[in-house]
Design a protein around this ligand. Structure first.
Ligand code: SAH
Length: 402
């Protein structure tokens, strides 16, 4: 099949030849004729040599997102049909099947956009339920095909989660909601044999923060007999691991009352009513900055700081930096001598070095001795395409504070 053709300016094919999947508007010599938002197009260099196939988005700064690169000039034209998309989804599924332990965990990210060579879509699996987030028109147009593929893989229930701002920007038309049958709610999943209730319809992200799975398990190893403060606790991910590992006290603080209510549920799901772990836990609906400020110095053995993305864009980085510095400064002041701080940033526009500098400034302002004892990131079901470093967004530091 012939696809509309986008021609690049001379020299602007370089990053694409290195498999970076984005065509920025400034790199375009000639826009495709007769192509609409979301259509599949072919990208060519200025000499008319094929570079790859992409989803077209004329009103975005990223005019095209490449999902298949042309290897050589002799490549036959690509046939983009159901089997093509199925092979891509299968490739993503195989990675998870091979390297996640499905006996202890049945919640994972199946598709991580560019990280799985499929730009414009995220799909999180909660046992037999798949929550799909469409990020561009291109993936909306192929959604009927993707739906068939997901069902073949064994997902009985599919929820389309459309964020309002994306819907507007990308002119998405499919409504948020269940596609086909609705399962019995709420959905309970297993993560490292701990249980979590997932708020699919109204929760944040796709209902759960799957990207912290391994970091939560690591937190457990620091928690036995400790007092733990989980800031920005959402539905209590880190708290459950701390209690399961024998923490003597765990406080979960989140500004959302819905989140703290589910957090309490989640604790009850995991521990028997007679278990004194229940009495060691408290869920508190409060602003974490206020909560931390009101604490006496050196209050907890372990403090987790996992705030939402303070910088949603490059422009917002400076203001966000002040937020990260003051939050971490508070964390350092309120942790005991010889204590541990787990600190994170999930802002894509704050890179690892910048995050570390912010934490450095916070440590200096708190006048504490601080050493990095582990550096954390996102797990294997949120893979980073090596040619697309923008896909690495989660950064964490485990700090030993004296
Ligand atoms: N650590 C969690 C995920 C945290 S997501 C986990 O492992 O599941 C960030 C959370 O911060 C959200 O639940 C959001 O409600 C909460 N939040 C945002 N601003 C806040 C604030 N100022 N104070 C407290 N919580 C806040």
């Amino acid at each position: 099949m012939d696809y509309p053709i986008l021609v690049l300016k001379e020299g602007r094919e370089k990053s694409l030849l290195q498999r970076h999947p984005w065509v920025f508007s400034g790199a375009v010599q000639k826009m495709p004729k007769k192509a609409n938002n979301g259509d599949i197009i072919q990208v060519q260099d200025h000499k008319g040599r094929a570079v790859g196939y992409a989803f077209y988005d004329p009103s975005s700064q990223i005019t095209a997102r490449v999902f298949a690169f042309t290897q050589t000039a002799h490549d036959p034209p690509l046939h983009i049909d159901e089997a093509f998309w199925e092979a891509k989804v299968q490739q993503a599924f195989d990675l998870r099947q091979q390297h996640l332990n499905f006996e202890t965990t049945n919640a994972y990210r199946l598709l991580h956009a560019e990280g799985d060579f499929l730009p414009g879509i995220i799909a999180d699996a909660y046992d037999k339920v798949l929550v799909v987030q469409l990020l561009i028109k291109g993936t909306e147009l192929i959604f009927p095909t993707l739906e068939k593929i997901f069902r073949k893989l064994g997902f009985s229930y599919i929820f389309l989660n459309v964020k309002e701002n994306v819907k507007h920007l990308e002119q998405l038309e499919l409504p948020k909601g269940w596609v086909g049958d609705t399962p019995k709610l709420p959905i309970i999943v297993k993560e490292n044999n701990l249980l979590f209730e997932i708020d699919i319809e109204n929760g944040q992200k796709t209902g759960f923060f799957l990207d912290q799975r391994e970091n939560r398990a690591l937190l457990g190893t620091y928690s036995a007999n400790k007092s733990v403060l989980n800031c920005f606790s959402y539905t209590g991910g880190f708290s459950v691991y701390a209690l399961a590992a024998g923490a003597k006290k765990v406080d979960s603080v989140d500004i959302s009352k819905t989140a703290t209510a589910i957090c309490e549920q989640v604790i009850k799901l995991n521990f028997e009513p007679q278990d004194d772990k229940l009495t060691r836990h408290k869920a508190i609906a409060a602003d974490c900055f206020d909560y931390l400020k009101a604490l006496p110095a050196e209050s907890y053995d372990v403090i987790i700081l996992d705030p939402p993305a303070f910088a949603k864009s490059k422009k917002a980085v400076q203001r966000a930096a002040r937020g990260y510095v003051s939050l971490n400064e508070l964390g350092f002041k309120k942790v005991k001598k010889g204590g541990i701080v787990f600190t994170f940033s999930c802002s894509g526009s704050v890179d690892r070095d910048l995050f570390r500098k912010m934490v450095f400034s916070a440590a200096a302002a708190a006048k504490r001795e601080v050493r990095i004892i582990a550096q954390l990131t996102q797990p294997l079901d949120h893979p980073v395409n090596i040619y697309h470093p923008e896909g690495e967004y989660l950064k964490g530091l485990v700090l030993y504070v004296e």
